[in-house]
Design a protein around this ligand. Structure first.
Ligand code: GAL
Length: 954
């Protein structure tokens, strides 16, 4: 302990010595996820897009960002959201939506739902002057445009690439600064649910002018003879106006923070506004290797010093391991052969869409690991950085995939960002530069592009190999990269390819695409439900999970297989289309409940003894009829018993399953697995009674009071004997109290149109027809009364948005009336309307349809609830106020339009949190709100005993 304190004291005193008094840490990375304002814009109607793109020179002059992009724009009444945020998941399902994207009401047919505006203000202290400040987004779907303080910064078309803007030059130091992002999800990138909005984290990074460049370290290692040789490539950026000399120091830290190895290079140089690369070497004796069982990571701490002062400290987590793809022996990690037991995954989850809290990344990986998955392909785009932190931490190998093949500057920039960002992750074993590029897959162009992209990747990362996943092989893309990725064995003669290309390592980058609904054992196509027995999804075109895995097992040279998919995902509703809303390819449903195929894999992918029976044993009305019973186990024999009577003991062939035909009778089926005659596992399915109580489980224990931590809670119902009812479909209502919020609900039913994430929705009705009239006083007798009357004749009133030369301006009076109007908002049941105004003057009167009203403060802005009974077809809003010092013209800000004078917000309240069970299961995801205390989640269902679950949030 004392050693630890000594080390801390030493570090502190060193820091105190090196940093000038009062200086901040040289580098800060500040998460800015919280407290954004969000509103829907419009894909083509400027009025509904808050007037954006209508101000003269809005895109022609620097600092002319208009509408919400203007700093002066009033976002009063906009919804507060925290990132990550996916607005698509909040939208209803609609037959006009794209079934490939999960039939959400988004896309070309829904211009009112396809554009989202995000606004946030940040305070930048005066002491930040002189630092470099960058705004970083890990990803926004898609086509996002960023403004800071009204200045256009740039556009990122990709929905998957992280992007960054150095905003140093645009900031008001010592003031409040406005960040605005317009995100446009009208057009799609993939053929699966992709979400919408800023669905990954956002950051501010502050550094000294001389600093480690973004992703500016690359730690490579080779291991031989119990020693790791480590090479660190460093890129330093100097944003100062003159060249600089500096010292770079690298230290490898052990788990206790102690230095295991270090190196220092003095006298390095970098030009003004330039970057400089350097390379240094370190060595570690007896390195602790990163592996699946011991995913050990080291920290490389890089310190930059200028004139003896620390100007930057930058940590890089890395792992030391060796990876090989061999054409004959397949894949190995640290010299040990491992079959890749992989799944492909998109990034959405039940309830939350693509806006996954970090904790959910871990949770999903643990679900995959629970049935033996050791590899993950990020189909078909760069993943969120936290996914790779989790795969590093939890021990899961990754094929990291780029979005689109090509060599245009835009595409190359995305590829470079992917590789630079991810190359220090020990979990990443392969770069994928393409997937089933049908237009060029069989053509020389395919080979050429794959080779060009391979070369780009190799320049940035010579330590890993590249791959392209191909639906046809022998030509085109399949020849261009290092490792051939076969998508679907049935589409290739993999053995012929292997003979023809004996030097090419191979993996089944996709296999399966089986179509099964979790918990369903008899097809019900009207409900888009397909039985969960393992079989070919597209007979003749793809294999069952068992056939696919056996084929891989039979070939030593095949590195492994990536099942299409791990989790079901929204969209790609094969073979149904509407009204199906999610795919059924998964080994788990969208909530993460294991399907029976996952249990098959578990039998052969996990070492623990196990046995699993399908189907459930609730078949009222089918008494006496034969039921197809299958058993998965890694025993060498399994015995099946019905109500205690043996139905026979059968030998299990490796990588296979057992089957019995059992006449149904209410009761119990039991399976007992044996290895060399010794019982190793047992399980049973039993006929249950009717649902009696609601049951919540999972997510037990504490939650961090950080506003981010999540708990994934399972919802089931039990019969009187406490058995989970596997066919239950009760609708369950949820409520939370204490420092908890619900962020999503799901049930894994590919046909369910229940809300995933009910959210409050706002529509804004702009006020128009603004006119002013000069008054002598606030209650200037008949004058004022007339001026606020609903039917006042305003023919000769002044249009305050029009500029008048001084000589034409009427004489200034002490008071004035400013009037606008709005049409009667159409209010459906459950909707309410509210007038939001900027407080123009403390003494300002507000009149609606001639009645004086007193604004109340709603979420920080003055607002007036509008009583529908008092609304007319045309409504007037009149403000009586002292004339501002600079006259009527001073009221109007061309960039922000008339937003600050008021608009009418129509609110559709969020629907309640509820979900029906699907075959016995539903899921609620709860999150800490940030405060500490005890939180309670309560679940109630009609006719059943309710239940609740408590969380200590600290
Ligand atoms: C593949 C494709 C995947 C998915 C799958 C469905 O061709 O790469 O993204 O569409 O088929 O079977």
């Amino acid at each position: 302990m004392w050693h630890f304190f000594k080390r801390v004291l030493l570090a502190l005193s060193l820091l105190a010595w090196l940093l000038p008094a009062g200086a901040q840490a040289p580098r800060e990375r500040i998460n800015i996820d919280r407290d954004w304002r969000f509103a829907y814009g419009h894909a083509f109607d400027a009025g509904q897009d808050f007037g954006h793109g209508t101000r003269a020179f809005f895109f022609a002059k620097a600092g002319y960002g208009d509408g919400p992009a203007a700093p002066g724009f009033k976002d009063a009444g906009w919804r507060r959201v925290d990132l990550p945020h996916d607005w698509a998941v909040e939208l209803p399902f609609d037959a006009r939506g794209n079934t490939n994207h999960g039939s959400k009401a988004i896309g070309r047919a829904f211009p009112e739902n396809s554009v989202g505006w995000y606004r946030k203000t940040i305070d930048i202290p005066a002491s930040d002057r002189g630092r470099r400040i960058a705004l970083e987004f890990d990803g926004a779907y898609r086509d996002s445009v960023v403004w800071v303080n009204g200045h256009y910064l740039g556009r990122e078309p990709s929905g998957y690439s992280g992007f960054r803007h150095d905003i140093t030059d645009y900031l008001d130091y010592g003031g409040t600064n406005t960040i605005v992002v317009r995100v446009d999800a009208t057009v799609e990138e993939g053929w699966f649910y992709e979400g919408a909005g800023i669905y990954r984290h956002a950051w501010l990074t502050k550094t000294a002018p001389l600093h480690v460049a973004q992703w500016g370290t690359f730690v490579k290692s080779t291991v031989a003879g119990g020693r790791a040789a480590i090479e660190v490539d460093l890129t330093v950026r100097n944003d100062a106006d003159k060249a600089a000399r500096f010292t770079a120091e690298h230290r490898i830290l052990g788990p206790d923070g102690g230095t295991l190895a270090s190196t220092r290079a003095a006298g390095l140089g970098v030009g003004a506004a330039a970057t400089a690369d350097s390379r240094q070497r370190l060595a570690l004796v007896n390195p602790r290797l990163w592996s699946l069982d011991d995913p050990h990571r080291y920290v490389l701490r890089t310190t930059l010093l200028q004139d003896g002062r620390i100007v930057d400290t930058y940590d890089t987590r890395f792992g030391i391991r060796t990876v090989a793809f061999d054409p004959d022996k397949g894949f190995s990690l640290n010299g040990k052969r491992i079959k890749l037991q992989g799944t492909n995954n998109h990034q959405d989850h039940a309830g939350v869409g693509v806006a996954l809290p970090d904790g959910l990344q871990d949770w999903r990986l643990e679900q995959l690991k629970s049935f033996g998955v050791n590899a993950y392909r990020t189909a078909h785009h760069p993943p969120t950085p936290e996914l790779l932190d989790a795969t590093d931490r939890l021990g899961m190998l990754v094929i990291d995939e780029h979005r689109m093949m090509g060599t245009s500057p835009e595409i190359v920039s995305q590829l470079e960002r992917l590789v630079r960002r991810d190359r220090n992750h020990p979990s990443v074993i392969l770069w994928s530069v393409g997937n089933e590029e049908w237009a060029l897959e069989g053509k020389p162009l395919g080979t050429h592009l794959a080779q060009r992209m391979h070369a780009i990747v190799k320049r940035l990362d010579p330590t890993r190999r590249t791959s392209v996943a191909a639906s046809s092989s022998g030509r085109g893309t399949s020849l261009g990269a290092d490792v051939i990725g076969f998508n679907y064995g049935a589409q290739h003669d993999v053995d012929a390819f292997h003979r023809a290309h004996p030097d090419k390592p191979a993996a089944m980058t996709e296999e399966g695409s089986t179509l099964t609904t979790r918990g369903i054992y008899v097809d019900d196509r009207a409900k888009v439900h397909l039985n969960a027995y393992d079989r070919q999804g597209r007979p003749g075109n793809s294999l069952s999970i068992e056939e696919g895995w056996r084929r891989v097992q039979e070939r030593d040279w095949m590195s492994g297989m990536f099942v299409w998919t791990g989790f079901d995902y929204r969209g790609e509703t094969t073979p149904f289309g509407w009204p199906a809303i999610s795919s059924q390819f998964g080994m788990l449903d969208t909530t993460g409940v294991l399907k029976d195929t996952a249990w098959y894999l578990k039998a052969w992918w996990r070492p623990e003894p196990m046995v699993h029976i399908l189907p459930h044993w609730n078949w009222p009305g089918r008494e006496g009829q034969p039921i197809d019973v299958r058993v998965y186990s890694n025993g060498d024999e399994v015995e099946l018993l019905q109500d205690g009577r043996s139905l026979g003991r059968k030998p299990m062939v490796r990588d296979s399953h057992l089957r019995w035909s059992v006449p149904y009778a209410p009761g119990q089926l039991e399976a007992v697995a044996y290895r060399r005659g010794v019982r190793i596992a047992g399980t049973e399915v039993a006929t249950t009674g009717a649902p009696a109580t609601v049951h919540l489980s999972g997510g037990m224990g504490g939650l961090a009071a950080d506003g981010r931590a999540v708990a994934v809670v399972w919802v089931n119902v039990r019969d009187r004997e406490g058995r989970l009812v596997p066919t239950a479909s009760d609708r369950v209502d949820f409520a939370v109290s204490g420092p908890l919020r619900i962020i999503g609900v799901g049930n894994g039913d590919p046909g369910s149109h229940e809300a995933d994430r009910p959210a409050e929705r706002h529509a804004f009705v702009p006020l128009s027809g603004w006119r002013t009239l000069a008054l002598n006083g606030p209650d200037a007798g008949p004058d004022a009364g007339f001026a606020v009357a609903p039917d006042a004749d305003m023919t000769n009133w002044r249009d305050p948005t029009q500029w008048l030369p001084p000589e034409q301006q009427p004489p200034r009076t002490p008071y004035m009336v400013l009037r606008g109007q709005f049409d009667r908002p159409r209010l459906a049941a459950g909707q309410s309307a509210m007038l939001f105004i900027d407080q123009l003057d403390p003494g300002q009167q507000v009149h609606v349809n001639g009645r004086r009203v007193t604004p109340e403060m709603v979420d920080g802005s003055p607002a007036v609830p509008l009583d529908p009974a008092l609304l007319r077809d045309r409504n007037s809003v009149a403000y009586v106020l002292p004339t501002p010092a600079d006259g009527v013209a001073g009221l109007f800000d061309r960039s922000a339009g008339t937003s600050r004078w008021g608009n009418v917000r129509v609110t559709t309240a969020a629907a309640p949190w509820r979900r029906s069970l699907f075959n016995g299961w539903a899921q609620v995801i709860v999150q800490s709100t940030g405060e500490a205390g005890t939180g309670t989640l309560t679940a109630t269902a009609q006719g059943l005993a309710p239940t609740s679950l408590q969380f200590e949030v600290r």
